[in-house]
Ligand binder design. Structure first.
Ligand SMILES: [Zn+2]
Length: 188
């Protein structure tokens, strides 16, 4: 992960901004030993994701490999996470309450039809990171979701999707609004 170098004053301003945004805000950016801003940390709790837990961790790791401005990190025990990840028998879906915050369901209905669990995980996390569905679309697009068919196992965002997330989380003082509708259940 590349480190985004900022002055100490700017980093301090960012910390103040993050604290003013309140409980639903994206977690405060982390700084390295020099006080440089590294990435905004968004925590996730996959303890309710049952048999999909490793797929969820892989989906988060794929986002961490793909973008610099945000880092998905498993929540520490006893802390409340920005993202809850659950398993159920419905269709996969996501509810984004604000950029970087919400709930994801890894639905067994799609898994049973043959859709790839890591692509599902990465896709649903993409909604929480601000991306809407882009359907129908090719397998190279993560946000084309199930429209790419069960043979599609690509779990990586394409260049445009990466750039979009970098733009939302790479704002100098506060995250921008994502393109995903807020407080709306996005099915698929
Ligand atoms: Zn979707």
């Amino acid at each position: 992960m590349h480190v985004r170098k900022l002055t100490g004053a700017l980093a301090a301003a960012l910390a103040v901004t993050a604290s003013l945004l309140g409980g639903q805000a994206v977690a405060a950016p982390t700084t390295d030993a020099d006080g440089a801003l590294a990435a905004r940390v968004v925590t996730y709790d996959a303890s309710g994701s049952a048999e999909f837990r490793s797929a969820v961790d892989r989906g988060a790791a794929i986002w961490n490999e793909s973008v610099d401005a945000v880092e998905l990190r498993p929540v520490a025990s006893g802390q409340s996470a920005n993202i809850r990840v659950l398993a159920d028998n419905g269709w996969p879906r996501a509810l984004t309450t604000s950029l970087g915050n919400g709930t994801v369901w890894i639905g067994r209905q799609a898994v049973n039809e043959g859709h790839n669990t890591i692509r599902i995980s990465s896709h649903e996390l993409g909604h929480i990171l601000g991306l809407p569905d882009r359907k129908p679309g090719p397998c190279t697009s993560l946000m084309s979701g199930s429209s790419a068919g069960t043979s599609c196992t690509n779990a990586y965002p394409n260049a445009a999707e990466k750039a979009e997330v970098e733009g939302y989380f790479g704002g100098r003082f506060a995250p921008k609004a994502g393109a995903v509708p807020l407080n709306t259940m996005i099915v698929d």
